[in-house]
Design a protein around this ligand. Structure first.
Ligand code: KG4
Ligand code: ZN
Length: 341
């Protein structure tokens, strides 16, 4: 089966072609630069940019895969959650292609797609489902932070999620207080590299609570109070790097601690992680150490597949079609608030 997948839920326009678990192409056009000027994603601008980019991105994905539109057996797109006007662009384009070619259409839940990106590896990339093990999946990005028990392929249960800000949002908002450009996560990662993570003590919200939920808005507030009381840190390079390392350590401690707690409690032997914050080098190395210590297999999404991409949407859609578990409605509407359960 040759399947075209489109992803336009937020600020990445992406198209991918997959066939029998292999990713033949995965083209991603990021709008990060466009939104940076506004300090966050502007929905109306995102939608217009998707409209501008979708056809060229899709053409590039088809030509890179060496596939023409009449060779497609199915088309998929993210139905939700996401920005309504952004979702509409990819979903309606995918349905129109499916309609014109009289092929099945599959609507995909964005977070469910994230659950499978850590299994896509190699060059050329393919879904390594032979190695699949029941796992606890951490999805951590600018818009979401959640833990999911993936009991089998296509079978999962949400364990917990953030009650306020997402971890990436905490990086971005803390960075804004420090004076860094949006999105601040990558810059905090870089500055923290030469900082002392034990220099300043920030709270580890909900780390020791007996649930799988997260809360990051209090941590951001403590950064604000810290800077109110120590404004001189902003002009002091080494101490600024210590601050970045200390804030990052607090976020990473919570993410690693809660993920490992859930894995231990559920008795799974595998942990996975995906989402933009999974690019963070300290998170990657701390998860690696913790899983090694506990004898757990760790599958981290490859960096290029951490952020939003259509490859993960296509891999999941193909699997759903194979198992007849898809959403076959050609006229299905967007579902901006579609929560993973
Ligand atoms: O997956 P993504 O594109 O999600 C959303 O659009 O929601 O992830 C973007 C988020 C941003 O908050 C960004 O600051 C964060 O991921 N991020 C990082 C790093 N790279 C990206 N956070 C910490 N360290 C990084 N290296
Ligand atoms: Zn995402």
């Amino acid at each position: 089966m040759t399947l075209l997948a489109l992803e336009t839920s937020c600020d990445e326009t992406s198209a991918a072609v997959v066939r029998a678990g292999a990713v033949l192409s995965n083209v991603v056009s990021s709008q990060v630069q466009l939104h940076a000027e506004y300090g966050g994603v502007v929905p109306e601008l995102a939608a217009r940019e998707h409209l501008r980019n979708l056809i060229p991105v899709t053409q590039a994905a088809l030509s890179e895969a060496g596939v023409s539109a009449d060779q497609l057996d199915a088309v998929a797109a993210t139905r939700g959650p996401g920005l309504p006007s952004a979702l509409l662009v990819g979903l309606k384009a995918a349905q129109a292609i499916a309609f014109a070619r009289r092929k099945p259409f599959v609507g995909i839940q964005h977070h469910e797609a994230h659950l499978y990106s850590p299994w896509i590896t190699g060059e050329p990339p393919r879904a390594d489902f032979e190695a699949f093990q029941p796992n606890v999946a951490l999805i951590v990005s600018g818009g979401h932070t959640m833990l999911v028990h993936v009991e089998a392929i296509l079978k999962h249960r949400l364990l917990g999620s953030t009650v306020d800000d997402a971890a990436g949002e905490c990086f971005d908002k803390s960075g804004k207080l420090i004076g860094l450009a949006y999105p601040a996560g990558p810059e905090i990662d870089r500055l923290a590299e030469t900082g002392n993570a034990a220099a300043f003590d920030f709270p580890r919200p909900m780390l020791h609570e007996a649930n799988d939920d997260f809360s990051f808005s209090g941590l951001k507030t403590s950064v604000r109070y810290f800077l109110r009381d120590h404004p001189e840190v902003l002009a002091d390079g080494p101490r600024l790097r210590d601050l970045c390392a200390s804030v990052q350590a607090a976020i990473v401690d919570v993410l690693v601690g809660k993920t490992l707690n859930a894995a231990r409690r559920l008795g799974v032997r595998c942990v996975t992680a995906s989402g933009g914050v999974t690019c963070n080098r300290t998170l990657r190395s701390r998860l690696t150490q913790a899983c090694q210590r506990e004898g757990l297999v760790l599958r981290l999404a490859e960096r290029r597949l951490c952020t939003d991409n259509a490859a993960m949407v296509g891999i999941l859609a193909e699997r759903k079609l194979q198992e007849a578990a898809g959403d076959p409605e050609l006229d299905a509407d967007i579902s901006p608030g579609w929560a993973l359960v």
